[in-house]
Design a protein around this ligand. Structure first.
Ligand SMILES: [Zn+2]
Length: 305
């Protein structure tokens, strides 16, 4: 059996998979985000319960919403309780097995290139997650890309192109990462709402923006066109750098009707003539890709040892 855990800022989920990657069991608990010791206790309880249900001691992979520093401590704004806590070492002792820890965006693409995924068996794939932020992960030459310090894949924090700012007279936005005008602030869910406001709309959510778009509102249409242009340009940069054969789009924004279908043409405008546009597909496993990819990494680590 293979267990995957996805630690989120509000919920922590565990899923138990069999050898064929069928879900045997899956449940979630509130995350005690501010209390590191309580969070370690929760992980221990989840794994013990999974062992009890499975009747064996399964392999374990854990997806985390941030970057692990050299000490093995997690840098994640929404999990302050884990700051300065070497997570891997603490868990190995408590869980009596060595878990694999990985950034949740990388777990996403591992799941989608895995069996049954939207990019199953692809050797070169990029996962773009557009939810409250814009995360990413890449598998290139069949290998998960991590880079020095685990930074690889942070495409959401590339800057907004000056040309696009001028053309649309876009507002400046300070990103949570400390840099100004990151693409994430314009292309993720809150970014879409921000664009809608910029063009004169009043929605407070992407759903409200969608409703305005369907009702034919001019501001919603302009936000849509601007968003598509920015997203196409951002993904074209990823293509120039990594040359994936397929891009898997996940997160709430990927569910906007027609968005994924419109992306190949939007992306091609920012590529050189003759460069093939990669296939662009919606994620197959959606929100479950985090736990599934984490479980796959845990299983793979067991095979390698
Ligand atoms: Zn940023």
């Amino acid at each position: 059996m293979h267990y995957g855990i996805d630690i989120g800022g509000t919920k922590t989920e565990i899923a138990v998979y069999d050898q064929n990657w069928q879900v045997q069991s899956r449940w979630r608990e509130p995350t005690p985000a501010a209390d590191g010791d309580a969070l370690l206790g929760l992980l221990q309880t989840l794994v013990q319960e999974a062992d009890r249900r499975a009747g064996v001691r399964g392999t374990l992979g854990i997806g985390v919403p941030g970057v692990l520093d050299r000490r093995g401590c997690l840098i994640a704004a929404n999990l302050p309780g884990l700051r300065d806590l070497p997570l891997g070492a603490a868990l190995t002792t408590r869980l009596e097995r060595q878990p694999v820890l990985e950034n949740d965006s990388r777990c996403f693409i591992v799941s989608e290139v895995g069996p049954g995924g939207a990019a199953a068996a692809a050797s070169h794939a990029f996962g773009a997650i557009l939810g409250t932020g814009a995360g990413g992960g890449a598998v290139i030459e069949g290998q998960l890309l991590r880079g020095a310090g685990g930074l690889a894949g942070e495409w959401g924090h590339l800057p907004l192109p000056a040309l696009a700012r001028e053309r649309h007279d876009l507002p400046r936005v300070a990103c949570g990462c400390g840099l100004p005008d990151c693409l994430e602030s314009y292309i993720a869910g809150p970014g879409l709402v921000r664009l809608h406001h910029h063009f004169g709309g009043e929605s407070e959510s992407t759903l409200a923006w969608q409703q305005a778009l369907q009702a034919g509102e001019d501001a919603a249409r302009r936000a849509h066109d601007c968003h598509l242009e920015l997203l196409g340009g951002a993904l074209a940069n990823v293509v120039k750098l990594l040359a994936p054969e397929v891009i898997v789009v996940g997160g709430g924004v990927s569910l906007v009707p027609g968005l994924v279908e419109a992306l190949p043409a939007a992306l091609a405008e920012h590529l050189f003539a003759g460069v093939p546009t990669p296939a662009i597909v919606r994620s197959r496993f959606g929100d479950a890709s985090g736990v599934r990819g984490a479980a796959m990494l845990g299983a793979r680590a067991r095979m390698l040892t």
